[in-house]
Design a protein around this ligand. Sequence first.
Ligand SMILES: [Zn+2]
Length: 425
Amino acid sequence: MREAKNCVGVGATHSSVVSQVEATPCDVSFSGSGSACLARNLDAQIQIQRKTIQRISPVVFQQGLFRYQPLAVLNTDEVAELHRKADIIFVDYFAKYTTPPPAFASLLSRLHYPVELATAEWVGFDVFRCGSTGRLVAMPRLRANGRFSPAYRYNSVKSSVSRLATDLQILEQAGICDYLIAMELTYPEEISKMLKCRELFDRVLKLAEKCLRVFVKKLEKRFYKGDKLSVYYNTHIWATHSPHQPHLHHHLNFPNALKNKQGELVRFQPYFRDLATLRMLWREAIFEVFGQVAPIQNVVINVRYIPLKNRPRLIHRLKYCSRRPTSDFFEHYAEDVCPDENLPFVQRVLCYSNPRRHLGWRIGSFPNLKEIRSRMVNVCRCPLCHSVAEKVENADLRGFTLVFWVGVGWCKLEPPPPKGGGNDR
Ligand SMILES: [Zn+2]
């Protein structure tokens, strides 16, 4: 499993463009008495946002003349630099997921699904003032038109990922541990292939859950004397780069802290020097749960270590694990090559909700962490550098520099020169 190629980020470290959409929602309410003026402001605000969307859409989606307009391409560091100097409208690749690419549209119509179910619209912007740079960052807000849009229920994924990242950072703040161990476990092809069979699908998923539990037990016993881990995981059923193909695997995320027999949290050394033993444990778990399915040569285990201090990477990782399968159809399904026999499987993939599950102890159950927690939750963050930020309601977006993802980097378009009249164009 490799993470999407466009995993670049802004800030001190590499993270994905997806991660930069992250922001804790902080709602401003316009209700209450004496709100006529506020309502007028809101109206003006909506007008400005609409005009801005009209102005930047052709550029971002490279329509008409803008297709031929050469624009400067920036790398991650240059975007970070720009964030220090200018207010930015930031359109990451996710915000470009408004229309399904032709191959995916064709696949949907073969399944007799209306293509509209995969579309989304820009409905406005969320604007933040970054506490570190003092600059404003505006992110397009997406509304999905149906369940096959990658934006479908995206806000709930975003906030749940943000909460988990905060919980993990609490452990770091409390001096308990310092790394997130990110582990990938794959199954042999013979097991993945069973997902194509409708009668076996649910059963295979159930067994996979069990298999993971068995593995975690073995891991705790073999490496940590039976002390307990806290493991968050997602089970993916599709292959990232060929999402119409079954590929059963788990993404595990756990901090390097154990709950010992006395009920205390203690750090452990995060690096696995002995990958062969890990692989052996995983193979054993598969054998125990699925039986002697196949010569399990090809099980893969990847392990990486993410510093808990590094929020952009943390967020990126957790979002990557929780993303909708449809994102991969938008990103990687370049030709409609899915064989007819896979269509029922694709149908199940598209309806797969990819829930995040949990094993072991929970951070919330330690009363001594509550104080730190109360300081860290519900903090609004800059979508670019993840510093503390505040939400801004009445931003005039006309002077903002547009930065949008073009597959190889970020294109930049300076704002139009101000015209005395104060009109948008
Ligand atoms: Zn910032």
